[in-house]
Structure formats: structure tokens, C-alpha cells
Design a protein around this ligand. Structure first.
Ligand code: KG4
Length: 338
């Protein structure tokens, strides 16, 4: 009998559902919430309301695209956390209701594990996947971590940000440049046309494998403030150079610690994941870095970088094979380590 897993993701501002049948992805539907653009960031209350509106059509569409009926599902995997509690409650409650209604097991998935396991979303059985153990640079709007994945269940954070995440650095610097939210993709686009050496911004001096991005944000802000006092059109005239220099600095910071992590944990495979791993500069730099170090780089398809349920279903599939189901009383959580 086939194993059909429905994955549900609602940790932040994307409502997503995906179906994995016998380990292969059949559908991955994502409804992004445009409502936050006007506020320059995710508004938790609005996110929960939008999830409520989206969840039924998104799940129905995922089942339709997969060509299976809900009665054929083997289990439901859902993101339990970390994330925004109100958003998580929508996906969690929906998954619980569906599991009771269909009398099938429920599988809780850690959102960060799912990002790491996004590399195991196979489209066909022969697709290659990373070898354990591997290092994963997990970079998103809420996290910047280096994780060593020893197995689908055994993951350890070996370095993490002590303040802002890389995505926040992209978004907040973009915001002071007057770019729309989320700013990361706009910086990416502008950086492609700019000189990465046009400006110098400060880099952190943090020992070990931890990251810090707050100093860079301040340095960027001061550069704008000082130059705008002399020329009100400074940002407009220099937007590509500013974007390219900011992106290059973020990449330097990320790769510096990744190199140290690889020295400490000499694995043969290195992966990236999370929203910031969609960045063209990051993708090219990590591929080049891995090439130089003689390790295999795993760069996810862009559709699996930002929040998506395919990775949740993939993580759920591993747990299903181990019969690791969860209790209906399990609440979502907003913060957690791995
Ligand atoms: O993983 P994700 O979808 O969810 C959160 O953690 O919220 O990541 C979102 C982050 C945002 O900060 C966004 O600006 C960033 O990923 N991002 C990018 C790019 N695409 C998304 N940052 C830089 N370049 C991109 N192309």
C-alpha cells in the first residue's frame, strides 16, 4: 500500500500544503500573504487571519494536484514550531481536526529540521540527496544557523546568530533604502547590477561559529545617514552599489563561519536552506566555496528555500517510516532550539 503524507506549513506568513506519495513530491501549494507589504513586516494577527482563510483551499488544491482523495492519506505532518504562535495554531488545529476526522496518525515537524530536510524532497525515486552527516547553513528571516545533520532526527546547531538573522539584515537595510518588504529579493536584483566594492561596511568579530548582523545594520544605517546629509539623492544615485556591497558583506560573514565549521566538522556535503538561500549571490558563493574545498554543495530549488509544506511532508515521511507519531494534545511552540 502507498504511503501518502499530507504536509501543512503555517509558521509565519505562507500557508502551504504538500503531498508526498511513497517519498516523491506530488504537489506543493503555497499561498503567500500580500497583506503585510503595506506594514513593512509580518503583522502576526493579520497572518493568523489570512491562514484561516487560506488553509482549506490550499489543502484542497494540494490534494487535487496530487490526484489523491483525503481518504487515501496515511498521515498528516504539520509544522509545530518555531514560528508565530497564532499562525502555528491554525495549521496545528487544522491538522489535528483532519487527523481525527480521517482517523490517521498525526506527525509533528520542527520547522528548522524541515528546512534542513528540504534537500530530501524528491521528485522521482532516483533523485540524489545529501549524505549524512552534512553541514547546513540555515539562513532565513528569523534564523541564521549552522547545523550539523547526522541523521534525519539528529541535528545539532553548532553556530547561530547572537542578534539578528541574515534575512533581517537584508530586509532592514532594504527598508532604510526605501525598498518594499521583504527587501531581500530587491537587494538581490539591484546587487546584480552593482559594484560589490563600492562601499565598506563593518563585519563582526565574534569568536567561534556564532553570527552577528546587528553591527552591519548599524554601519549601513550610518553610511546612509552621513551621505544623505550631504546629498539627499545619495541612495537613489548609489542603490546598486549599496545593494551589491551589502550583499557581498553578508556573504563574507556567512562564508567565514561556514569555513570554520567545515574545519571543525570535516564533512563531505554542505547544504544551504531558508529564505536567504534564494539569494543569487549566496548561491553562487556557496557553490564556489564548496568547489574550492572539494565538498559537494547542495543548493535547493528556489521553491524550497522559503517556507513550504513540501519540506514538512518530507520530514514527516521520515518520521512515518519510524512510526514516530504525536499525541493530539501536543501544543505548538513559538521558540525552540533543535
Ligand atoms: O525562510 P523564510 O521564507 O521565512 C522566514 O524566516 O521568515 O525567509 C524569509 C527571508 C526574508 O528575510 C527575505 O528577505 C529573505 O528570506 N529572502 C531573500 C531572498 N529571497 C528571500 N534574501 C535575499 N535574497 C533573496 N533573493
Amino acid at each position: 500500500m502507498s504511503i501518502n503524507i499530507l504536509g501543512i506549513e503555517s509558521s509565519c506568513d505562507d500557508t502551504s500544503a504538500a503531498v508526498i506519495c511513497d517519498g516523491c513530491l506530488k504537489s506543493n501549494v503555497i499561498a503567500s500573504q500580500k497583506v503585510h507589504e503595506a506594514y513593512g513586516g509580518v503583522v502576526p494577527e493579520l497572518a493568523s487571519r489570512a491562514h484561516q482563510q487560506n488553509i482549506v483551499p490550499v489543502v484542497s488544491e494540494a490534494l487535487r494536484q496530487a490526484g489523491i482523495d483525503k481518504s487515501e492519506l496515511s498521515a498528516i505532518a504539520f509544522t509545530r514550531g518555531p514560528g508565530l504562535l497564532g499562525s502555528l495554531l491554525v495549521g496545528t488545529s487544522f491538522a489535528k481536526g483532519m487527523s481525527i476526522g480521517l482517523d490517521i496518525p498525526l506527525i509533528d515537524v520542527n520547522h528548522l529540521h524541515a528546512h534542513v530536510l528540504s534537500h530530501f524532497v524528491r521528485k522521482s525515486p532516483g533523485d540524489n540527496v545529501p549524505d549524512f552527516p552534512f553541514l547546513c547553513l540555515l539562513i532565513s528571516g528569523g534564523n541564521s544557523q549552522i547545523v550539523i545533520a547526522r541523521s534525519p532526527k539528529e541535528m545539532e546547531i553548532v553556530g547561530k546568530t547572537i542578534d539578528d538573522a541574515a534575512g533581517e539584515a537584508f530586509d532592514k537595510c532594504a527598508k532604510v533604502m526605501g525598498l518594499p518588504y521583504p527587501g531581500g529579493p530587491h537587494i538581490d536584483r539591484l546587487a546584480a547590477e552593482g559594484d560589490p566594492t563600492a562601499f565598506r561596511f563593518s563585519k563582526p568579530h565574534i569568536p567561534g561559529l556564532d553570527y552577528s548582523f546587528s553591527g552591519l545594520k548599524t554601519s549601513f544605517l550610518y553610511t546612509l545617514r552621513d551621505n544623505l546629509s550631504k546629498d539627499p539623492d545619495f541612495v537613489e544615485k548609489n542603490k546598486t552599489g549599496l545593494a551589491a556591497s551589502l550583499q557581498a558583506t553578508i556573504i563574507d560573514i556567512l562564508l567565514d563561519k561556514l569555513a570554520k565549521a567545515l574545519e571543525r566538522y570535516p564533512v563531505e556535503h554542505v547544504a544551504i536552506g531558508g529564505g536567504v538561500s534564494a539569494n543569487s549571490g549566496v548561491r553562487a558563493a556557496v557553490a564556489e566555496f564548496c568547489n574550492k574545498k572539494g565538498v559537494k554543495a547542495w543548493i535547493p530549488e528556489r521553491a524550497f528555500t522559503t517556507d513550504n509544506a513540501a519540506m514538512v511532508a518530507a520530514a514527516g515521511y521520515f518520521k512515518y517510516l519510524d512510526k514516530e507519531f504525536c499525541d493530539l494534545s501536543l501544543p505548538p511552540f513559538s521558540r525552540v532550539s533543535m
